[in-house]
Design a protein around this ligand. Structure first.
Ligand SMILES: Nc1ncnc2c1ncn2[C@@H]1O[C@H](COS(=O)(=O)NC(=O)[C@@H](N)CO)[C@@H](O)[C@H]1O
Length: 143
């Protein structure tokens, strides 16, 4: 799992075309989304994560929680992003991992949105630019 974490004034997206034959079914209201004062987390789920998705979910939640506490972010945007790795996990595994991360972050008390999976999306992001505003993390199952 590769993550790019951007502490932002806002992140907003708009769904465009399908990027997969069978993208995640979404409601009309999910075609656009925005959060203000948000920790945006762009995530590529990787092939190696398929060996232990549950462990990768827990490690990702811990890392995201730790950064959110450091930058004092109470909102998280989980953003599927296939461009942080050349060893992507299969879409069905990746979607389950991202849905589980979303659920676990909500359980931890964050306000969470997740951008739709399997679509090309237009997005706007306003990075805050402070020293911890741009971070990346790599998470692998312990095997
Ligand atoms: N392993 C993954 N991690 C995160 N997002 C993924 C992953 N696989 C697919 N997606 C989602 O599906 C979209 C398309 O994935 S993609 O790998 O870029 N493209 C494709 O698979 C097809 N265009 C065939 O190449 C991504 O924008 C993302 O929303």
């Amino acid at each position: 799992m590769r993550m790019l974490l951007i502490h932002s004034d806002y992140l907003e997206y708009e769904v465009k075309d399908k990027a997969l034959k069978n993208p995640e079914p979404i409601s009309e209201e999910q075609r656009k989304g925005r959060l203000d004062e948000v920790l945006a987390v762009f995530m590529s789920v990787e092939k190696i994560d398929e060996t232990n998705p549950d462990e990768v979910v827990e490690k990702a939640v811990e890392e995201i929680k730790s950064v959110a506490e450091q930058v004092k972010a109470e909102r998280i945007f989980v953003y599927p992003f296939a461009h942080l790795s050349s060893e992507l996990a299969k879409p069905d595994v990746a979607l389950k991992v991202l849905q589980r991360i979303e659920e676990r972050l909500r359980e931890e008390g964050f306000e969470v949105k997740r951008a739709p999976f399997g679509y090309y999306k237009a997005f706007r992001l306003s990075c805050k630019g402070h020293p911890l505003a741009e971070l990346s993390r790599t998470i692998v199952p312990s095997g």
